[in-house]
Design a protein around this ligand. Structure first.
Ligand code: HEM
Length: 100
């Protein structure tokens, strides 16, 4: 983390210490690119911009399934793989009870 600006390091530390309550609209939705992520998955029946769909915990296409796929690099197909801060943000959002 040595090369990151101080503000980015502080924001990441806050995230890891869970001093922030993450929200789908503010913190999670922006992790998905309009194209290709949202566009391609919508065509396959999963709307990644839809809180109700993404916040289903155990369903296929639900939060834990998405977490597993971005964590192991299966999604997004074509890359780039999500960075650790992206995966951790998604995981903490789940742990905090998936707030809208
Ligand atoms: C969690 C449930 C998900 C399921 C079941 C799923 C399933 C699929 C399937 C079946 C395909 C088509 C594969 C193919 O045509 O070879 C696909 C493509 C794709 N998915 Fe997902 N996906 C999921 C989540 C995601 C997420 C979270 C992202 C983004 C972060 C994502 C991004 C993409 C992209 C970019 C493609 C490429 C489509 C293309 O280039 O044609 N998917 N997904």
């Amino acid at each position: 983390m040595a090369d990151l600006p101080d503000a980015a390091v502080m924001a990441f530390e806050e995230l890891l210490e869970e001093r922030t309550t993450l929200s789908f609209e503010r913190d999670i939705k922006p992790l998905f690119r309009a194209d290709p992520d949202v566009a391609h998955m919508e065509a396959r029946g999963l709307d990644l911009t839809d809180f109700a769909q993404v916040s289903r915990l155990r369903a296929i296409g639900g939060a834990l399934d998405i977490f597993r796929r971005v964590e192991n690099g299966n999604m997004p197909i074509g890359g780039p793989q999500w960075t650790a801060p992206m995966v951790i943000t998604f995981g903490i959002w789940i742990k905090q009870g998936m707030k809208p």
